[in-house]
Ligand binder design. Structure first.
Ligand SMILES: NC(=O)c1ccc[n+]([C@@H]2O[C@H](COP(=O)([O-])OP(=O)(O)OC[C@H]3O[C@@H](n4cnc5c(N)ncnc54)[C@H](OP(=O)(O)O)[C@@H]3O)[C@@H](O)[C@H]2O)c1
Length: 327
């Protein structure tokens, strides 16, 4: 019967979350009973979508929810063996017992690090792939803008757009991230929105306008993109992180979509599950060939999970934010 440490939300944040609003709690986790498995989490994912849930959705004083990759350490289920790797939604804790519903077995891709399944080769990469190619319907050689371009989703969307022959502009919030996008990824133009006014910088960076905007930020970013959209352009709305802490900033030029006949559509990864086989084939090949690069920011241990979530909202991560819970 292992002792597990887990992260509880004890007070709902207003604005940027504070470390004092979380607590690390020890619990005794029972052994697996018939039909159950005991899982030790190895890595947990830290995602912007957790912030809105802290305001509403995440219960107080119980283990928080979130994506994780774990290893089965006891099994009384016919479907799982000790040592199996399992994707689960029970992050923010070291161990858990489960009736195995909601667990999916992971077969690691040969020759690639395990953690790529938590970003480029997992739902993060799939969100970028389907959001750009299916929702955004990006075609060869189009003009593309990706916001939070050095983040987990954005960096993959921007690189797929380059692979597909696009002229690609990315925005990010630091000079280091901007340099990575320019020098390592080879984006055509990069904007540091904290040092350059986004509206003017995007205008200068997009002399041929925009066919696709892969939207991760909202507010001023969306206003700036709406001014640059070409006729029949597409805005694939993946996220709007600028509003997650403070409430959404107004977008004052939405009517631009009318005469340019711009499509603006929100989406989640499950909207295009039929693309999974194509995605797995393409992404695994791109990673092996070095055509897709990625960054990870890995914090160590369950006690660093609140700091990791706050850091993500402050832009402390380059690429995917993960917490390593065990070897
Ligand atoms: N629809 C879906 O199914 C789905 C799935 C996954 C993620 N998403 C969305 O995709 C977006 C990116 O998620 P991710 O997991 O890849 O996270 P991420 O981009 O790796 O990390 C978040 C980044 O957002 C940027 N940021 C934070 N506050 C900002 C602000 N006020 N204005 C502009 N940028 C800000 C920071 O980068 P900078 O340093 O560059 O500012 C930070 O590093 C989020 O909006 C998320 O909600 C949607």
């Amino acid at each position: 019967m292992p002792i597990s440490r887990e992260v509880h939300l004890i007070t709902r944040p207003h604005g940027m979350p504070q470390a004092s609003e979380f607590e690390i709690v020890e619990t005794n986790v029972p052994d697996a009973a018939d039909g159950q498995v005991l899982v030790q989490n190895l890595y947990m994912s830290v995602d912007p979508a957790m912030r809105p849930r802290l305001t509403s959705g995440q219960a107080l004083n119980e283990a928080m929810m979130g994506g994780a990759l774990g290893r089965v350490v006891q099994s009384k289920s016919p479907d799982f063996a000790v040592g199996d790797l399992v994707n689960n939604r029970l992050g923010f804790r070291e161990y858990f017992v489960s009736d195995a519903k909601g667990l999916s077995k992971l077969t690691p891709a040969e020759g690639l690090p395990l953690t790529v399944h938590m970003h480029a080769l997992g739902m993060t990469g799939f969100t970028a792939y389907g959001g750009l190619l299916f929702i955004g319907a990006m075609k060869e050689g189009e003009q593309v803008f990706v916001s939070t371009a050095a983040g987990a989703v954005g960096s993959i969307a921007a690189q797929i757009a380059k692979i597909r022959g696009g002229y690609v502009v990315g925005s990010t919030g630091s000079d280091d991230k901007a340099a990575w996008l320019r020098d390592e990824i080879g984006l055509d133009a990069v904007i540091n929105y904290k040092t350059q006014p986004i509206r003017q910088a995007l205008e200068e960076a997009t002399p041929k306008g925009l066919d696709v905007y892969f939207e991760n930020v909202g507010g001023e970013h969306l206003e700036a993109a709406l001014r640059r959209m070409n006729t029949l352009g597409r805005i694939a709305v993946c996220g709007m992180i600028s509003g997650y802490n403070e409430g959404q900033a107004p977008v004052r030029n939405l009517s631009n979509i009318i005469y340019s006949r711009v499509m603006l559509r929100g989406f989640v990864g499950t909207d295009f599950m039929h693309l999974q086989p194509d995605f797995q084939r393409d992404m695994a090949a791109w990673l092996r060939e070095g055509k897709i690069k990625y960054q990870e920011t890995v914090m160590d241990g369950i006690t660093s999970a609140p700091k990791a979530l706050i850091g993500l909202l402050e832009g402390a991560n380059s690429g995917k934010m993960l917490v390593k819970l065990a070897d």
